[in-house]
Design a protein around this ligand. Sequence first.
Ligand code: TYD
Ligand code: MG
Length: 456
Amino acid sequence: MAKTKTTYICQNCGAQSPKWVGKCPACNEWNTFEEEIQETTKDLVGRKVKKSVAKPTKISDITFTEQQRIDTTNNEFNRVLGGGLVPGSLVLIGGEPGIGKSTLALQIAVNLPKHKTLYVSGEESLQQIKLRAERVSIQENNCLVLSETSLENILLSIEEVEPDIIVIDSIQTIATNKSESTAGSVSQIRECTTEIMKYAKENSKPVILIGHINKEGSLAGPKVLEHIVDTVLQFEGDRNHVYRILRATKNRFGSTSELGIFEMQGNGLREVTNPSELLLSQNEEDTSGVSVSATIEGVRPFLIEVQALVSTAAYGTPQRSSTGFDLRRLSMLLAVLEKRAGFKLSVKDVFLNIAGGIRVDDPAIDLAVICSILSSDLDLALPRDVCFAGEIGLSGEIRPVTRVEQRVAEAAKLGFKKIFISKYNKKSSEYSKFKIQVMGVSKVEDVFRTLFRKNN
Ligand code: TYD
Ligand code: MG
């Protein structure tokens, strides 16, 4: 009889060790090593080898047509994927519990009349899935559901029904009997994902996997999962808000800068096609600390509201807190304001919030961030018809941003009268066709002088 071998595997990064160690030497996490049973050598012998032999081909001889992609009828989802599901691809959707991963996947599965879909859930019973399906808007469909956690049984069902698209909710709940570790452990996840990928590639069928994320916000289990799959999508948002953002962090078949925006409603997720109108608060009053930035995610420009609150620090170290914006970048912008523009913010608490509960990576919102901070600090409201698009450099210079014309066009479309951009952006473009005044500025001081003239 083959001897079973155990090994210790870091549940965070997948590093292996023959002995238990307290701190992972690879990822420096503490207490992540767990004992897992390795495959016996006997198991390895029985593995099948694929018969067809792949031949090296000249790259110029390979043809690829875009029509091969499967249209999921969900425009936001298609956009993030880069135009639809690629046959044979493995798409991983990660996100916090309760954010709406299962809802999104089910909604896609039940709205594809032309394709046979199989929704496998290891978390919910058939009744629970039905209950959810009753809530979301369903069109005519060809969706089969299966409540199962054994990978072997799932693969048998797949062979039997031959679905065009497979959804597995979630990868952490299914287990194969090839590995004796518990479901959700590194070796189980690795084994199951590899098996599923083999099926997907050999049969040219797309598979959507749902993955849990851990408390640090990365996909639970090992990094190996992210390496194996073709596309990693993060579903994020504030659970207390209705907006959800789907963004690609890895995509072998498209850009990773695209965003899909959804609104969680009583009857499932609604696609948000015009984000600007929703992300600007409907507040009619002039409030200090609020400014609007023309931002771009992927190819879509939209306007977003940046809110800041600056108050005198009551005790000791001033607090800096930000929602939807990188905290280190906020510290950098505060240092620039202090050093280059002479504002004493080091004794103040600064809170920053991007409206709508979404996270923005576009550096062009820098200018709006500092204008919000100053507006709150001086308690002077900014004009409501002004918006901003500029990156701030360490010397306080306003740097040009990409695709400024699209930003200006979006601001003009939404009725803004004035937009501040970098002077270097202004040179390169012609704006007279837009009904908006474009102000080219080179230093943060220039902007403040124009906006808060009373104080200068
Ligand atoms: P769910 O898809 O179960 O989240 P996940 O799979 O990421 O854990 O989403 C659950 C939340 O969404 C739950 O709090 C209820 C809410 N919800 C709605 O608001 N409307 C709906 O139509 C559905 C199905 C869920
Ligand atoms: Mg779920």
